[in-house]
Design a protein around this ligand. Structure first.
Ligand code: FAD
Length: 345
């Protein structure tokens, strides 16, 4: 019998972990896993951006640090131990001004940037990973899924797992539109996200940014919510590599300027940054990222971890919208997806 083929759509935390957990759960050779993402690299909303002037100078534009909450301390401990053992995570020791610490919570940072978590799981998964593959349509053809991408090509799979934000699931065309039943559509349509912008500022080697914190939450500015001196957050002293700064806007600002021209939004954020940090030196490069789907504000009702849209062949969706918006939520969803696949096999 030909080897079954599974496609995971999305190389963020949920998709990459799902691919790694499939490998751990199934007998060797039982399933060939492919992973497609429309972006040019791994990470999704846990993305790490590189300075065009020096790829060693990086900034986390999405997720900033990872928190193991007490409610998951037992259930998820092994994931954290594995990432700590591989040096992907380290305890967060740098001072974060204004951070609200939950009792018993443990915070971690990623010395190589948050996208290194997804990259770690992609390596472990042994999956064939393809970037710049934007899935647009899914059809049911003779007991398999035909998955079409924007560039025009399509391939057949026995299992398809969608870990993309829910509004992007609802944008997919083809048979999937009628396969999602009325109650599922209602649940998916109830999901909502916050929106915000992020700026990554990259500096020349030798630039000094003298502040007594590594990151800080801002509460008295209409535009800026969070600033991180990203190398400092990761305990990296700038040497021959320049420092980098990340600025996150507030959600009200993100919503107000969501459809504006990115250049203009960047200018507005820089003007506010000048007010908050008047002594900040001029960067050599700036990246402006719009997070239309930033953090989940209303998850799928009852947080089921995954939603099975079709049993045989399997079509399953998951991701942080099916739990909650952080790494623990992605672990939980990936575990639920893999359990559902095992039941359907
Ligand atoms: C600004 C910001 C700050 C955050 N801070 C933290 C934090 O400090 N700590 C924390 O734990 N979490 C944080 N989060 C939340 C965390 O980043 C998310 O919960 C997590 O990254 C979601 O992962 P995911 O894999 O479920 O989805 P995503 O990361 O969104 O991954 C989905 C992937 O699917 C791809 N995709 C979408 N549509 C298609 C398509 N049609 N075809 C192919 N590919 C497609 C996308 O390119 C993306 O790579 C933050 C998020 C943001 C935006």
């Amino acid at each position: 019998m030909a080897q079954a083929r599974a496609l995971v759509v999305g190389a963020g935390l949920s998709g990459s972990l799902c691919a790694a957990l499939l490998r751990r759960a199934l007998p060797p050779g039982a399933l060939r896993v492919e992973l497609w993402d429309k972006a040019r690299g791994a990470g999704g909303r846990a993305a790490t951006s590189r300075s065009p002037a020096d790829p060693r100078c990086t900034a986390d534009l999405g997720a900033q640090y990872i928190t193991l909450s007490p409610s998951y301390a037992q259930r998820h401990r092994s994931f954290y131990d594995d990432l700590l053992a591989h040096g992907v995570l380290k305890p967060l020791t740098a001072p974060i001004k204004g951070m609200v610490m939950k009792e018993g919570a443990l915070n971690f940072m990623t010395p190589q940037g948050t996208s290194s978590i997804a990259k770690h799981y992609l390596r472990e998964s042994g999956a064939d990973v393809f970037y710049e593959r934007h899935v647009t349509q899914i059809y049911l053809r003779d007991g398999k899924w035909e998955v079409c991408e924007k560039a025009g090509s399509s391939e057949l799979f026995d299992i398809v797992i969608l870990t993309i934000p829910v509004p992007q699931i609802l944008q997919l065309q083809g048979d999937i539109v009628s396969i999602i039943n009325g109650s599922q559509r209602q649940q998916l349509e109830s999901v909502s996200y916050s929106s915000r912008y992020a700026l990554g500022l990259f500096y020349e080697a030798g630039t000094q940014i003298d502040v007594p914190w590594a990151a800080q939450y801002i509460t008295n500015n209409p535009c800026i919510r969070f600033i991180s001196i990203d190398n400092k957050k990761r305990n990296i002293e700038p040497s021959e590599v320049g420092p980098s700064v990340v600025v996150h806007t507030s959600v009200p600002f993100g919503i107000e300027y969501l459809e504006w021209d990115r250049e203009k939004v960047q200018q507005l954020i820089l003007e506010q940054l000048e007010i908050v940090m008047p002594d900040l030196p001029k960067p050599i490069n700036i990246k402006c990222q719009k997070w239309r789907y930033s953090q989940v504000t209303t998850p799928v009702p009852s947080c089921p971890g995954q939603m099975t849209l079709h049993i045989s062949p399997s079509l399953i969706c998951g991701g942080d919208a099916f739990t909650h918006s952080n790494f623990d939520g992605c672990i939980e969803s990936a575990m639920c997806i893999v359990e559902a696949i095992k039941c359907n096999l």
